[in-house]
Write a protein that binds this ligand. Sequence first.
Ligand code: SF4
Length: 99
Amino acid sequence: MSKVGPVTVDMADYLGVNKYAVDEGNPHIELAVDPGREEFLKLVRVCPAALYKIDAAGNQTFDFAGCLECGTCRIAAGGTVVIEWHFPGPTMGVQYRYG
Ligand code: SF4
């Protein structure tokens, strides 16, 4: 009798399968200039693509280039940290690939 164990999923591998057409000059998400640490930390925790980061020196960074367009950050911090959120223009943004 064969035993089926737990399956380990590497999210980076899955996310790396997607394609992204990044609209460099027209970010679809804009953040407040100096967002508070607690609100920003909330986004570090909820973004499934891990695009909100706080480094060892405490610097808060965000890169919209790998955005999955899920809208979670807008729900979590719209009007505080996230001051603008819209879908990227036609032909831009994430193109999901499964496999
Ligand atoms: S829309 Fe989703 S994937 Fe994109 S930055 Fe916000 S939480 Fe992250």
